[in-house]
Design a protein around this ligand. Structure first.
Ligand code: G1P
Length: 301
């Protein structure tokens, strides 16, 4: 499959969460700005969207999120200081964030769940398919996912979720999919979706991760979706309606991802993600690889 499909042009990135799992670090700073190796987590996500041609990015933000806008904006005074010093490497590193696509912001207002956040994108997105990327999931840039999902959306005309296989004990942290294999296709059909089921209620061990390519029919459904799990408007509930109901743009499909994904949603996963990505980085990798085995050996003594 190719990754170029001009039909999907817009990416929506919900970033209004309070980041309570990372307190006190996120008391005065958005969790999306926590550095993963040497850049904020959110930059990886925007780079992923722009990397498959989604140059129009809408972030759904809230109070306390000014740093996000500042990060993706230019800083002329810092640029001239670095230019005067001849520090091209650092200059390029700060320009990389401000040269990423065309970034728009809308506030969620009343944070009332992921479905509510996505509905806030309605006016900006209009009547075209669009991608949703959740910042807690980082997909390794060397592995392909979003481009494939965009192709599956074009082929099926429905909506597409990304799935991973998880240990059954982990499924209650995710949306869970009951699927039907499709002969000869690299994707599956979704029969049913359940938000965060207990392991004994879960229809499978296939978990929805934070990448979606949605048909705009989801907006009408979200308008009608009442509070679900946790009293919040759940995107999973709207997708369940699209998977089982009938109408233009209905039908939900899944792409099972077997590549490298890093969860940055809680402190321990975040620390693991930082180490995993740092050992592969050109400048920090060699030093970290040299130090890690000795450190690990001390731990097992
Ligand atoms: C959200 C979705 C859930 C999905 C998860 C992926 O949950 O509601 O269906 O599996 O993202 O990261 P959250 O992690 O925001 O609670």
């Amino acid at each position: 499959m190719t990754t170029s499909n001009p039909r999907v042009r817009k990416a929506v990135i919900p970033a209004a969460g309070l980041g309570t799992r990372f307190l006190p670090a996120t008391k005065a700073m958005p969790k999306e700005m926590l550095p993963v190796v040497d850049k904020p987590a959110i930059q990886y996500v925007v780079e992923e969207a722009v990397g498959v041609g989604l140059n129009d990015v809408l972030m759904i933000t809230g109070r306390n999120k000014r740093a996000l806008e500042d990060h993706f904006d230019r800083v002329p005074s810092l640029e001239s200081t670095l230019t005067d010093k001849g520090d091209t490497k650092k200059l390029e590193s700060i320009q990389a964030a401000s040269n990423l696509g065309d970034i728009h912001y809308v506030r969620q207002g009343d944070p009332n769940g992921l479905g509510h956040a996505v509905l806030r994108a309605r006016q900006h997105v209009g009547n075209e398919p669009f991608a949703v990327l959740l910042g807690d999931d980082l997909i390794d840039a060397r592995d392909e996912l979003l481009g494939t999902m965009i192709d599956v959306q074009a082929k099926t005309g429905g909506s597409v979720v990304a799935l991973i296989e998880v240990d059954p004990s982990q499924i209650s942290a995710y949306g869970c999919a009951d699927i039907q294999e499709l002969d000869g296709e690299g994707y599956v059909r979704i029969n049913r979706l359940v938000e965060k089921p207990s392991p004994d209620e879960a229809p499978s061990n296939l978990a929805v991760i934070g990448r979606y390519v949605l048909h705009p029919a989801v907006f009408d459904v979200l308008e009608e979706t009442g509070p679900g799990r946790g009293g919040e408007i759940q995107l999973t509930d709207a997708l369940q309606e699209l998977a089982t109901g009938e109408g233009e743009g209905y039908g939900v499909y899944g792409v099972v991802f077997r590549g490298r994904r890093y969860d940055t949603g809680d402190k321990l996963s975040y620390l693991k993600a930082c180490v995993q990505l740092a050992v592969d980085s050109d400048d920090l990798g060699p030093g970290l690889r040299e130090w890690l085995p000795g450190f690990a050996a001390q731990l097992s003594k």
